[in-house]
Write a protein that binds this ligand. Structure first.
Ligand code: COA
Length: 261
């Protein structure tokens, strides 16, 4: 069974115990809009309440995972409070009880990378790349990444990734622990499906208990980190630095931060 949002930008399918949430906006590199976050929240809630769903997998259409938040949507309609779709999505992935899987091909940028920290299995193709260009956009870490990233890759690498906005390739991401497993590009769909079938066939309560034992001790701190980051992120988003950064992106020119103190 497959359902789509009215604009077709999120496609949700269920098969053999797996719900797949596909970012389906390839013409914009699957940049995530408020409407897409709403659909993702709905999918997460539906997966949690449907006993037939044993795992949820995030994927991107067109050879790209996601280029992160839609910068135009973000500027025009900033996530101003805890009720904004992106904030509710972040709290929902922290609270997910069922295993979350991500299957990454091509670029995973911004929240495209930070959401992976909440996924329990991250499968990547060799062409996957990972970047958190927050400083480049005059923003700051989000999605609990200021808390989780140092735990996953170590403080030194976390700071380097977050401060320099550098892009890392799939091999590096796997070595650093951001990716659980690299699989071949040619058989990507089959490889992902094989791993999802194994996960979906496991005893569900044992799977949920295992996830809870690892994730629950961090849950409260993570919700707090998301809120702490959001307050700073919103201020950054409204800043003149961010306006310059985003305008430059949309105008396809290099940003000029020389006038800022
Ligand atoms: N928000 C809004 N639009 C985006 C976007 C985003 N995050 N990412 C890509 N797009 C749009 C581009 O503006 C372009 O639109 P246009 O065809 O109407 O001009 C289209 O998607 C294709 O992107 P383009 O940059 O031409 O593709 P590319 O293959 O050269 O580069 C990326 C792909 C993903 C590397 C590049 O688009 C990029 O860096 N995007 C921004 C990522 C980002 O900063 N995300 C926010 C993190 S907080």
């Amino acid at each position: 069974m497959t359902t789509m949002t009215a604009d077709g930008h999120i496609r949700v399918s269920r098969q053999d115990g797996v719900m797949t949430v596909m970012f389906n906006r390839p013409e914009k590199k699957n940049a995530l809009t408020h409407a897409m976050y709403e659909a993702m929240i709905e999918a997460l809630q539906s997966a949690e309440s449907d006993a037939q769903v044993r795992a949820l997998c995030f994927r991107g259409a067109g050879g790209c995972f996601t280029s992160g938040n839609d910068l135009k949507d973000f500027l025009g309609n900033p996530p101003s409070d805890a009720e904004s779709p992106v904030m509710r999505f972040l709290h929902a992935i922290i609270d997910a009880r069922k295993p979350l899987v991500a299957a990454v091909q091509g670029p995973a940028i911004g929240i495209g990378t930070t959401m992976l920290l909440h996924c329990d299995v991250v499968i990547a193709a060799p062409d996957a790349t990972f970047q958190m260009p927050f400083t480049k956009l005059a923003l700051c870490p989000e999605a609990g990444s200021s808390y989780l990233l140092p735990k996953v890759v170590g403080a030194t690498r976390a700071l380097s990734l977050l401060l320099t906005s550098q892009t890392i390739d799939a091999d590096t991401a796997a070595q650093w622990g951001l990716v659980s497993e690299l699989v071949s590009a040619t058989d990507f769909d089959a490889e992902v499906e094989a791993r999802l079938s194994v996960l979906a066939a496991l005893p569900p309560e044992a799977v949920r208990t295992t996830k809870a034992l690892v994730r629950d001790p961090m849950r409260e701190a993570l919700h707090a980190a998301v809120d702490r980051e959001a307050a700073q992120f919103l201020q950054r988003l409204m800043s003149a630095e961010a306006a310059e950064a985003m305008q430059a992106f949309l105008e396809r020119r290099p940003p000029d931060f020389s006038r800022f103190e």
